[in-house]
Write a new protein. Structure first.
Length: 379
């Protein structure tokens, strides 16, 4: 394989041939390529990888199983320690009410996640998923994340494979790429020491892919990581995807998003602020498209960067706008202020010059329900 270090045109060509750029090559492009060139290369790659040219989006609701957590992540304002007055475990009555609303508002999925509760083992999750599926077989469960799976495996002294098999049998449809932050242990020790390490996150995903559980991958950046560590993260994700069984989807999407810093411990104690500019985010989207030629969908995080920057990302390699998130409590608790409705989401995509296409978690098209109701409550 040729090494095109310090040769921008050679690197553009290598990227356009869908070859794997090294971390050094990617970093050189990220730092040195003019923004318009980087966007152009990523846009060409989007057209190759997603030739239908539409921008997909989704309607789902982020519901939390529990806010009790012992992981103590320094960027998280959502969790409560065990025994706290505001601690909760969501009941079936609440799930029922939230699912009925989700269906009424056109949604087809719960993104179901929560904290690392010290007393909730595998049975709690399998019982919950089975009960939801028994009552609402049409609702898809995009649930947990590698750190929660690793936590359950430790509590139960089981393998990732066996935990995931049981969760899948109980109704887990797909595994979100949550809790990746930056997949480098130096960073994880500083921001999320109580969560699984980088290798375990990757191992859980590899086990999910072996079981043909579709997943996504994320990156939360803009805190204590170096640029080199962002590229280490991208390459680790790419390597796991390269090892997935041919018939499995593996990572169907990659979603980079920025650290939200309002009132977090990371900001209050360490003075860490998210200084990511709009241009830097657009570069990260473009470089994600370039560095991950084996992941088809790149999602722009409108929730953390806002509508305008996310719209530009659609011309910089992104082909997906994610969900309107009928409910979201975790990232919002650290300051993400942006909101979309099913109407404004489609308007934003059209304004950016693309045709919006509603999809499900497997990136299969959905018809927008004709009797959809506008969400009327604020949570
Ligand atoms: S991000 Fe998740 S694991 Fe970390 S403290 Fe918050 S709820 Fe717990």
């Amino acid at each position: 394989m040729m090494n095109y270090m310090n040769d921008l045109n050679g690197l553009y060509e290598k990227a356009l041939n869908l070859e794997f750029l090294t971390a050094e090559e990617g970093l050189f492009l990220f730092k040195e390529a003019p923004l318009t060139n980087l966007m152009h290369v990523a846009d060409e790659l989007r057209k190759k990888q997603v030739p239908h040219g539409k921008v997909s989006w989704q309607i789902d609701r982020n519901v939390n199983t529990t806010n009790v957590c012992i992981a103590n992540c320094k960027f998280c304002n959502f969790y409560r320690i065990p025994g706290h007055a505001e601690a909760y475990i969501t009941t079936m009555d609440t799930y029922r009410e939230k699912i009925q609303e989700t269906l009424k508002w056109g949604g087809d999925q719960l993104l179901l996640q929560g904290g690392h509760h010290p007393d909730l083992g595998l049975k709690y999750y399998t019982d919950t998923f089975s009960a939801i599926k028994a009552e609402f077989p049409e609702i898809r469960l995009h649930t947990l994340g590698p750190p929660e799976v690793a936590h359950i495996a430790k509590l139960e002294k089981m393998t990732h494979h066996d935990v995931l098999s049981a969760l899948k049998a109980a109704g887990m449809d797909s595994l979100p790429g949550a809790g990746a932050e930056i997949l480098v242990d130096r960073v994880r020790r500083l921001v999320s020491n109580g969560k699984c390490g980088a290798q375990e996150w990757l191992d859980v995903m590899a086990a999910a892919h072996q079981l043909n559980i579709t997943s996504s991958a994320t990156m939360m950046f803009g805190h204590v990581e170096t640029l080199e560590e962002r590229f280490e993260h991208l390459i680790k994700i790419r390597e796991v995807q390269s090892r997935k069984p041919e018939t499995a989807n593996g990572f169907l999407a990659f979603i980079p998003w920025t650290f939200q810093d309002v009132d977090t411990l990371l900001t209050k104690i360490r003075g860490v602020q998210n200084l990511t500019t709009g241009e830097e985010y657009i570069r990260m989207i473009a470089i994600s498209r370039i560095m991950l030629p084996n992941i088809k969908n790149i999602q722009a995080s409108w929730l953390t960067v806002g509508k305008k920057v996310a719209q530009i990302c659609l011309h910089a390699g992104a082909n997906d706008f994610g969900s309107i998130m009928l409910e979201e409590n975790v990232v919002s608790a650290a300051g993400a202020p942006h909101r979309f409705t099913y109407k404004s989401m489609q308007d934003a995509i059209r304004e950016a010059g693309f045709e919006p296409q509603l999809r499900n978690q497997e990136y299969k098209w959905r018809e927008l329900p004709s009797d959809i109701e506008e969400q009327v409550i604020n949570y």
